[in-house]
Write a protein that binds this ligand. Structure first.
Ligand SMILES: *Cc1c(COP(=O)(O)O)cnc(C)c1O
Length: 393
């Protein structure tokens, strides 16, 4: 066993070394344990493992060494005491709320959350007596005003998708704690390479590992990171209800974490270059990117996430027709709603990710017909610029 406990190691070292527990073969790369159950030495040991008296693996719905390795590594990167991995990002959000809230509780959430998260809060939890109030992401006073005596959870995503609006995590943490509630931050877009919400006062970090943690568009996964007591409660829900991560997916994501920081840095640098270039194009009306000084929360972005991240959105002159024309003229960039891949993707939010929302609600949230979102990958910036200019032959 490679024991790093007691050592004080940097992010880059933890990304490749944390969580390794070698088998009797002393393999160097992390082993993948594709097994659903584990064998006991005796009936007495089986009983002790089941009761929790003796730590160890039992059954892969709640214990698997590959999944445990991922949990240890991600907890280390986020600076959390513990982590529980889940089947997807949505499973992470579902498990958190099912484990920590009950009927009659109330959630305050930032507007512009990931579409399925809005559906889960607005159409699913509401049927089980958990109400959600959505507030403008950047308006700290609105979080305070929305809190009720039964508010148990504040839930935010920053930066928002696709308009890159930021939530001041430290300020919302202060509001949540003053009201005796928890703050959960969906850290999907920044990842711990750019932003560590726990250090800013959040109680829980939620991940869709499907995005940048895997980073190469291969598998679905999710995770919840936080203090040991809260994570133990989420783990207990997972153990009983079963939205757990497969060991194969855990292994893929574990290896993805090794390159997370250098990918995020490279993709953010390309996104900044692309955002600067887009701002100079005559057919571009407005660019949304926290790394540009023109972004209304640029100072907060520098403080909270260090760089602008890898997602750039922009409005083109000419509405939907012009936006679709630009998207259809690309030859290299993938037309897909997914993000967090090494391959750059492009999407028209008003007719895809936000197509189910009414036109009025969309307009009110600032998602216009001319809006385009680009999730920047690892291709050369020159090739991406040429493609967006319709010049790739
Ligand atoms: C994709 C995404 C999710 C959901 O994750 P899945 O792995 O697709 O279930 C949640 N939050 C954000 C911000 C996302 O982008």
């Amino acid at each position: 066993m490679a024991d790093h406990s007691g050592l004080s190691l940097d992010f880059d070292t933890l990304a490749v070394r944390a969580g390794i527990e070698r088998s009797q073969f002393n393999e160097h790369s992390e082993a993948m344990y594709l097994t659903s159950s584990f064998v006991f030495d005796s009936a007495a040991q089986a009983a002790a493992r089941f009761s929790g008296e003796e730590p160890g693996n039992v059954y892969a719905r709640f214990t698997n060494p590959t999944v445990s390795a991922l949990q240890t590594r991600l907890a280390a990167l986020e600076g959390g005491e513990a982590c529980v991995a889940t089947a997807s990002g949505m499973a992470a959000i579902l498990s958190t709320v099912m484990a920590l809230l009950k009927s009659g509780d109330h959630i305050v959430a930032s507007q512009g959350l990931f579409g399925s998260t809005q559906q889960l809060f607005g159409n699913v939890f509401s049927r089980f007596g958990i109400e959600t109030t959505f507030v403008p992401a950047a308006d700290i006073a609105a979080y305070d005003a929305a809190a009720r005596p039964n508010t148990r959870l504040f839930f935010v995503e920053t930066p928002s998708n696709p308009l890159t609006e930021l939530v001041d995590i430290a300020a919302v943490a202060e509001v949540a704690h003053r009201h005796g509630a928890l703050l959960a931050v969906d850290n999907c877009f920044c990842t711990p390479a750019l932003q560590r919400p726990l250090a800013l006062g959040a109680d829980l970090v939620i991940h869709s590992a499907t995005k940048y943690l895997d980073g190469q568009g291969r598998v679905l996964g999710g995770a919840v990171v936080g203090g040991a007591t809260l994570i133990e409660e989420v783990f207990r829900f997972l153990r009983t209800a079963g939205p757990c991560l497969s060991p194969f997916n855990a292994w893929v994501i574990l290896k993805g974490l090794e390159t997370l920081r250098i990918r995020m840095e490279a993709q953010s640098a390309s996104a900044l270059a692309l955002a600067q270039w887009l701002a100079d194009q005559p057919q571009v009306e407005r660019v949304y990117y926290p790394g540009l000084p023109s972004h209304p929360q640029h100072q907060l972005a520098l403080r909270q996430q260090g760089s602008g991240g890898a997602i750039v959105s922009f409005d083109v002159v000419g509405g939907r027709a012009a936006a679709w024309q630009l998207i259809d003229a690309t030859r290299l960039i993938s037309i897909t709603a997914n993000l967090g891949d090494t391959k750059t993707t492009i999407t028209h939010p008003a007719s895809t990710t936000h197509g189910r929302i009414s036109a009025e609600a969309r307009a009110a949230s600032g998602i216009g017909e001319g809006l385009i979102r680009v999730a920047v990958g690892l291709e050369s910036v020159a090739d991406l610029q040429a493609d967006l200019a319709g010049l790739t032959r």
